[in-house]
Design a protein around this ligand. Structure first.
Ligand code: F6P
Length: 366
């Protein structure tokens, strides 16, 4: 069946570059004579259209996507609690129950004459996209996450922008740390993978970097701080991924809402308090959190996003479905969604950036 009208959605946490992907899809699709609509807030625009003044679908034309390449966030809105496969619904017992609404969703695609979907998201969203593809929907996924933890693509868009900003923050903290002879602990995002902490920490010349991949021994970090003090370097910068945990311990959790993954956060304060106690040095903690997700994409992320968006449309035009576009330099390839979902790309402990960090004398809590 020839494509006439496609849908685009953005799911999970936002990331710089989402709007650039949307723009590229709309321009490339329009050139092929296809109509585009954006589903508001993940799949909610289709699952609860009555909540939206425009019925949950945003018409997307070259005019509506003009001037958005450099804008952070997503003009479509997003959510990380609208999984159609396990949608939280309040039952008569006052409890939330998760139900599968995917068939209803597919009906909504048909009712709205949507011939295909470009789903822009991370692991969770691409898993949903794969399930919808298995049920017969024409779907192409686009890999997004600032955490860079998706397998089968060399990079996700959003990651470079997050690393760029985190590095800028670490640079700024250096001067104040040195002036006050303090330890500065910087907590960055990174649930299961420490790519942001590693890359910004090495680029920003941190003294210690704690990653989810290496359970840490805080006494090793304290020794590093003390050795610096002994050598006349009276301050230290410690970068901590939110998913870091001590040896034999667990990740630090803020809480959990219905239909969402656990919210991580707080490990920076734990590390800061422990270092202050062990070293006697005044310590301050800065949590970068969602600042890493906001703001405009770097030139690298804009280009990657535009390439991904255009490649997604080419894939649909070629009749390809059930795939994710993936960066495989120098090209953008297609990989089956089934090979992506549920596979976490963690930092390999022997990768070159890790080796570089160790050669520079950075402590990894081990
Ligand atoms: O997956 C991206 C991410 O930024 C994680 O690093 C972080 O744990 C999570 O999103 C936070 O999500 P929320 O916006 O729900 O706080």
């Amino acid at each position: 069946m020839k494509i006439k009208r496609i849908a685009i959605n953005t799911g999970g946490g936002d990331a710089p570059g989402l709007n650039a992907v949307i723009r590229a899809i709309v321009l490339a699709a329009t050139q092929r004579g296809w109509e585009c609509v954006g589903i508001r807030d993940g799949y909610n625009g289709l699952l609860m259209p009555e909540h939206y003044p425009d019925g949950g679908l945003m018409p997307l034309t070259p005019d509506t996507v003009r001037g958005i390449t450099h804008l952070g966030g997503t003009i479509l809105g997003t959510t990380n609690r609208g999984n159609p496969l396990s949608y939280p619904v309040l039952g008569e017992d006052g409890q939330y129950h998760e139900i599968d609404r995917s068939d209803e969703l597919l009906d909504a695609f048909a009712d709205n004459k949507l011939d295909a979907l470009v789903a822009i998201g991370g692991d969770g969203s691409l898993g949903i996209a794969g399930a919808l593809a298995n049920k017969g929907l024409r779907v192409v996924g686009v890999p997004k996450t600032i955490d860079n933890d998706l397998d089968k693509t060399v990079a996700t868009f959003g990651f470079n922008s997050a690393v760029y900003f985190a590095t800028e923050c670490i640079d700024r903290l250096h001067t104040t740390a040195a002036s006050h002879q303090r330890i500065m602990v910087v907590e960055v995002m990174g649930r299961y993978a420490g790519w942001i902490a590693l890359n910004s920490g090495v680029a920003g010349t941190a003294d210690a970097i704690l990653l989810p991949e290496i359970p840490y021994d805080i006494t090793k970090v304290a020794e590093k701080v003390q050795s610096r003090t002994a050598h006349g370097r009276d301050f230290s910068i410690v970068v901590v991924a939110e998913g870091a945990r001590p040896i034999g311990g667990d990740v630090t959790i803020i809480g959990k809402a219905v239909g969402q993954a656990e919210r991580l956060g707080g490990v920076g304060h734990k590390v800061g308090a422990a270092l202050e106690a062990l070293t006697g040095k005044e310590t301050r903690v800065v949590v970068l959190g969602h600042l890493l997700r906001g703001g405009k994409p770097t030139a690298y992320d804009r280009l990657l996003s535009l390439r991904f968006g255009a490649a997604a449309v080419r894939a649909l035009a070629e009749g390809v479905t059930g795939i994710m576009v993936a960066l495989d330099p120098p090209t953008v390839n297609y990989v089956p969604l089934a090979e992506v979902a549920g596979r976490m790309k963690q930092v390999p402990l022997d990768c070159d950036t890790m080796l570089t960090g160790r050669d520079l004398g950075i402590n990894f809590g081990d």
